[in-house]
Design a binder for this molecule. Structure first.
Ligand SMILES: [Zn+2]
Length: 385
C-alpha cells in the first residue's frame, strides 16, 4: 500500500462532513468514481429512504470465499468542540493527520482504498471485499443490511476484519449493548394532595435504583472476563428528566439506561429483570391510584457483542498479518458482532487509537497508516498465495 496514496484518499474522505445526521452519499459517490477508475465493480446497499448507503465491492474472484475489510463512513459531530484546525480539512502536524474521522475510522477506509491497486496487481486466488457502512455511530445501523445479505450467501466469506482504531492490536471481543428510553406516566395533582396523584419522578427513581441494584450485583458477584478493563457487565442510567414545580405532583418522568454485557451475560435476561420489576411491582401500585398510569420502554439501540475464541483460525491469521502475538478485548462497540452473528469469524484490527476518537483534534499518526499498510500488504499476499 502506498502511504502517500492513503493520505490523499484520507484527505478526500475527511473533506466530506459525514456526521451521522448527514447523508453519506457524496462520500460514497467519490469512492465509486475512485473504484471506477480502477475498473472495480461496486454496489450500493441503500437505506429505506435512499438518503444513505453502504458500499460493497469485491476485488478478485467472485466464486470463492475471501475476506471482508469493514469500515464505517459516518463520524460523530464536531458540535461544541474546539479544534485547532478545520476538522474537515486534513491537516498534517508532527507526523499526525488531523481531521474528523481520521482515526475513527476514515483512516482505515483510506488504507483499504489505497491498497486496491496492489490487490489488482496480484492474481488473487481469494477475493477481498470492501464493506463500507453508514450510521455506525448511531447504533451500527447500515452494517445490519450487509450482514443480512451475507447470512444466506452461497459463498460465505472466510473472515472479516473490522478496522476500528486498535493501533493494529488484535481485538477478539467487545461487549454487547442495549439501551432504552423509558417514560413513566403518573397522575398530576397539587402536592398538598400528593396521595391522590401518582408521582412519576418517584417511580422513575425506584426504577433507577433497581437498575443500580442490578449493576451492583453484577459488579460484586457477576461473571468475569478479565480481558476487559471493566471485567463484568455494567448497567447505568445516563439521563433523567421530570417535574416542573415543587407544588405539583409530576405526571411524567423520562429516563435512559443501558446495559453493556460480557458474553457470559444475556441482554434479554437483564432487560427482563428491569421490565419485570416495572410490570410486577411498580405498575400495580401506580394503577391502584390511577388506572391510566404506567411505564413504557422504547428500545433505543442494541448491538451484539463479539466473542471470538482465541484459538480461532481468524485470530492466528490476524496476528500473523498484524505482526502481533497477543490479543485483547475493548470497551467500545463495533460492527464486528453483526458479522460474527451471521457466522463470519471476525476480529477488530485497525490503525490509530480510540483515545483520539470522538474528540477535538482527532488524529491518526502516519506511522499507524504505515502499519495498516503492512497489514494489508500481507493480506494481499495471503490472498494471492
Ligand atoms: Zn468507529
Amino acid at each position: 500500500m502506498n502511504t502517500q496514496k492513503a493520505v490523499e484518499v484520507l484527505e478526500a474522505l475527511v473533506s466530506f462532513d459525514t456526521t451521522s445526521r448527514n447523508s453519506n452519499l457524496p462520500l460514497i459517490a467519490w469512492v465509486e468514481i475512485y473504484l471506477d477508475k480502477l475498473g472495480v465493480a461496486h454496489e450500493r446497499i441503500p437505506n429505506a429512504s435512499g438518503t444513505k448507503a453502504n458500499l460493497w465491492a469485491t476485488i478478485g474472484p467472485n466464486d470463492t470465499a475471501g475476506y471482508i475489510l469493514s469500515g464505517h463512513t459516518d463520524t460523530v459531530p464536531v458540535d461544541g468542540q474546539s479544534w485547532t484546525s478545520d476538522p474537515f480539512q486534513l491537516t498534517r502536524r508532527d507526523g499526525r493527520l488531523y481531521g474528523r474521522g481520521a482515526t475513527d475510522m476514515k483512516g482505515f477506509v483510506a488504507c483499504c482504498l489505497a491498497a486496491v491497486p496492489d490487490m489488482l496487481a496480484r492474481d488473487l486466488k481469494r477475493p477481498i471485499h470492501l464493506a463500507f457502512s453508514y450510521d455506525e455511530e448511531v447504533g451500527c445501523i447500515g452494517a445490519r443490511d450487509i450482514a443480512a445479505r451475507l447470512k444466506d450467501a452461497a459463498m460465505k466469506p472466510i473472515a472479516c476484519f473490522v478496522g476500528e482504531p486498535t493501533e493494529m492490536e488484535v481485538v477478539i471481543g467487545h461487549k454487547s449493548k442495549r439501551s432504552f428510553y423509558v417514560t413513566v406516566h403518573g397522575r398530576t395533582c397539587h402536592s398538598s394532595l400528593a396521595p391522590q396523584g401518582v408521582n412519576a419522578v418517584e417511580y422513575a427513581a425506584r426504577l433507577v435504583a433497581k437498575i443500580r441494584e442490578i449493576s451492583d450485583r453484577l459488579a460484586r458477584q457477576g461473571a468475569r472476563d478479565e480481558l476487559y478493563d471493566v471485567p463484568f457487565t455494567t448497567a447505568h442510567t445516563g439521563i433523567l428528566h421530570g417535574g416542573t414545580a415543587l407544588n405539583i405532583v409530576p405526571d411524567v418522568c423520562t429516563l435512559e439506561f443501558e446495559f453493556r454485557a460480557i458474553a457470559a451475560d444475556s441482554l434479554d435476561a437483564l432487560t427482563d429483570k428491569v421490565i419485570g420489576y416495572a410490570r410486577d411491582l411498580l405498575e400495580p401500585e401506580m394503577r391502584a391510584v390511577a388506572p391510566e398510569a404506567g411505564i413504557t420502554f422504547d428500545l433505543r439501540s442494541s448491538f451484539p457483542g463479539l466473542d471470538t475464541q482465541p484459538a480461532a483460525q481468524v485470530v492466528s491469521l490476524t496476528k500473523q498479518l498484524a505482526g502481533r502475538n497477543g490479543h485483547g478485548k475493548v470497551a467500545y462497540g463495533t460492527e464486528a458482532g453483526l458479522y460474527d452473528g451471521v457466522g463470519i469469524p471476525t476480529v477488530v484490527v485497525g490503525p490509530g487509537s480510540i483515545e483520539q476518537a470522538h474528540k477535538a483534534d482527532e488524529f491518526v499518526a502516519i506511522s499507524e497508516i504505515e502499519k495498516c499498510g503492512a497489514f494489508l500488504d500481507r493480506l494481499v499476499s495471503h490472498c494471492a498465495a
